[in-house]
Design a protein around this ligand. Structure first.
Ligand SMILES: Nc1ncnc2c1ncn2[C@@H]1O[C@H](COP(=O)(O)OP(=O)(O)OP(=O)(O)O)[C@@H](O)[C@H]1O
Length: 317
């Protein structure tokens, strides 16, 4: 569905005044290559300024790359923009595609006309999306009066009513409460499963990614640092699992042969381990009388933070 080979995009910037300023080249995307298959959901992660938006702008045809080859569904986005945009939908968490002063219903009707959506299909899809996203209570409200969660739901419907094969989601849950976030995730998961829509998801909320994407790409300073599964990322770079053991009494010696001691505070001792928990639990319970045990899973957020902070990966790993 998406093929990107050796994509480079640099910007010329000028600092200190238009005439006498010094020119500087910002390499926003450097030699990025990836392929995304039809029906995949891929999380695109990276710290601020990493190059995510620039990549998405090239993929949507808004920017022409400095060099490299890009094809989306067999089309070169910036050369065949009209045909290309008809096949994609986009939701940008920070801004709306709805007409600010128009009731949501009128914005959706306008989009139907712009994309020449067959009326019967439009009615059917609008009905389905109204149910799934609970749009009913605010279809007649102008976009400017919607809450952020309502606006995001209306934007999702607006992005999908022309039946695109590909959906770009840029921070679709930013600023939403947990219930609203979950509703958006649920909807995206359904659209992917039931309609086979390919999704490229940019987000700083890793729960979005854990919930929706099996594959992640991590970009920093314009270079792709990782492209693979989330479980593999965790297995390769994640911290160990932790076994928290509450002994009946503070153990005379908290060290257990075969377990890595993390910390001991009175009767509570924490060990690190990898793999299944059964053996570490057996070792701890054989060591001294145990009141309770808890297994703490490593946190994907911490893993990603460590990757951003450098050290774990070199460019192109
Ligand atoms: N039009 C432009 N002119 C000059 N520099 C730009 C332009 N657009 C982006 N950049 C620079 O390119 C780099 C990558 O920016 P980009 O917006 O792609 O990052 P991002 O990963 O989307 O960040 P964020 O998470 O903050 O949205 C940054 O250094 C940014 O300042």
């Amino acid at each position: 569905m998406i093929e990107v080979q050796h994509l480079h995009k640099s910007f010329q910037t000028r600092s200190g005044g238009l005439l006498r300023g010094t020119r500087r080249t910002v390499e926003a995307v450097r030699n990025v290559s990836f392929e995304i298959g039809r029906g995949e959901v891929v999380g695109y992660l990276g710290p601020n300024g990493a190059g995510k938006s620039t990549t998405i702008k090239v993929l949507t045809g808004l920017l022409v790359p400095t060099s490299g080859r890009v094809e989306v569904g067999g089309l070169v986005p910036w050369r065949e923009r009209r045909r290309h945009v008809a096949r994609l939908g986009a939701v940008f968490g920070q801004r709306t595609t709805l007409w600010w002063d128009l009731p949501v219903r009128d914005s959706l009707d306008l989009l139907r006309d712009v994309y020449r959506v067959p009326p019967a299909r439009f009615r059917e899809d609008l009905h389905a999306f109204t149910e799934l996203l609970d749009l009913g209570p605010f279809l007649d409200t102008p976009a400017r009066a919607l809450s952020l969660g309502q606006r995001m739901r209306a934007d999702l419907a607006a992005a999908l009513l022309h039946g695109p094969e590909l959906l770009f989601l840029d921070e679709p849950t930013v600023g939403l409460d947990v219930v609203a976030k979950e509703r958006i995730r649920e909807f995206v998961a359904r659209v992917n499963a039931e309609r086979g829509v390919t999704v490229l998801l940019t987000t700083h909320d890793l729960t979005d990614v854990e919930r929706l994407a099996r594959r992640v790409m991590i970009i920093d300073h314009g270079s792709l640092l990782y492209d693979g599964g989330l479980p593999e990322l965790q297995a390769r770079f994640g911290d160990a699992r932790e076994l928290v053991v509450d002994f009946e009494a503070p153990p005379a010696n908290p060290h257990v042969s075969g377990l890595e001691l993390r910390c001991a505070e009175g009767p509570r001792v924490t060990y690190a381990f990898t793999g299944a928990a059964a053996r570490p639990i057996a070792l701890a319970t054989a060591h001294a009388p145990v009141r309770d045990v808890t297994v703490r899973e490593p946190n994907i957020e911490a893993t990603i933070r460590r990757i951003y902070e450098g050290g774990l990966l070199g460019a192109g790993a």
